[in-house]
Design a protein around this ligand. Structure first.
Ligand SMILES: Nc1ncnc2c1ncn2[C@@H]1O[C@H](COP(=O)(O)OP(=O)(O)OP(=O)(O)O)[C@@H](O)[C@H]1O
Ligand SMILES: [Mg+2]
Length: 273
């Protein structure tokens, strides 16, 4: 995988704000999923959103990638404020994500699933694609080569032709990461990439997340319940509870914040090992 040299910034050393969330509120009828949420994600960092079940973490990610539109407040990405934006527009601006519940084409192979992540990179016309000549053929071969590199990077060679529905859960999560990487995002949103994994699978995933961040300088915004993982990986953390921000800072600051300890860290999370 080739990283754009201009985009590569040493981890946590960048002061450039890639994403700014200001006073965001999100309502679903009477439910206030988010209120008064403000934070900044700097280019090149691993930023984590934590909080108990129903705190609004996935809703926040959904606002960032344009799936939900904040009821009020502003999200600024690469210096451009926006309120309403469709997910495909956000994706074309360099935002890719994985989902809390795996969203892959179960009957398709690992390689083909990862290829779907290249969709927005395709320039050939429908007609060129239909007859698979010229540009379409060249593009397809380039995309395939790129996806094969992702497969090597994520150690998925042995299952490249296997239907993903038959793969163990941990590998499916890894394929989903591969599909997101195929879009060559600048901002990668990961919604509980380790949920339901055993210890070994978690360690593998943590290593891949760090490698993606280190090798490609990719900015990562992560939701995760496993505190060990969050504290190890994150440069900065924001803590949500009932839609409100109750803390933010470095892993050390957050883990010593009495409010955070009371609301979250001291409580054994449902489903946590
Ligand atoms: N599409 C929706 N319609 C109505 N309510 C919603 C919708 N999406 C989320 N909510 C509500 O918003 C609140 C926050 O949900 P969200 O899924 O963002 O929490 P979460 O922090 O990701 O929780 P979990 O750790 O369980 O994944 C919850 O009360 C949830 O029921
Ligand atoms: Mg969630």
């Amino acid at each position: 995988m080739a990283a754009n040299a201009a985009d590569v910034t040493s981890r946590a050393r960048s002061s450039e704000v890639l994403l700014k969330v200001e006073d965001v509120e999100l309502r679903f009828g009477g439910v206030r999923a988010l209120r008064g949420v403000s934070f900044e994600v700097r280019r090149g960092e691993i930023f984590s959103i934590i909080g108990p079940n129903g705190a609004g973490k996935s809703s926040m990610l959904n606002c960032i990638n344009g799936f939900y539109h904040p009821t009020s407040g502003t999200i600024t990405y690469k210096g451009q404020p926006r309120k309403a934006m469709r997910p495909y527009v956000t994706a074309s601006q360099g935002v890719a994500r994985t989902f809390q519940n795996i969203a892959l084409f179960k009957g398709m192979s690992t390689l083909d699933n990862i290829m779907t992540g290249r969709h927005l990179k395709t320039k050939a016309t429908l007609l060129e694609n239909a007859f698979w000549f010229g540009r379409a053929k060249r593009e397809e071969m380039e995309h395939r080569k790129f996806c094969e590199e992702i497969i090597d990077f994520l150690n998925l060679q042995h299952v490249r032709k296997t239907a993903v529905g038959t793969l163990p859960y941990g590998l499916q999560k890894r394929v989903e990461l591969g599909r997101a990487l195929a879009a060559e995002p600048e901002l990668l949103l990961l919604d509980e990439p380790m949920a339901g994994m055993n210890l070994e699978e978690k360690q593998d995933m943590a290593r891949f997340i760090l490698d993606v961040n280190d090798e490609f300088g990719m900015t990562i915004c992560l939701i995760e319940h496993d505190m060990g993982v969050v504290m190890d990986l994150s440069d900065s953390i924001v803590v949500l509870d009932h839609g409100e921000m109750i803390g933010q800072g470095t892993p050390e600051e957050v883990s010593n914040d009495p409010k955070v300890i009371e609301a979250y860290l001291g409580v054994q999370e449902e489903g946590e090992a």
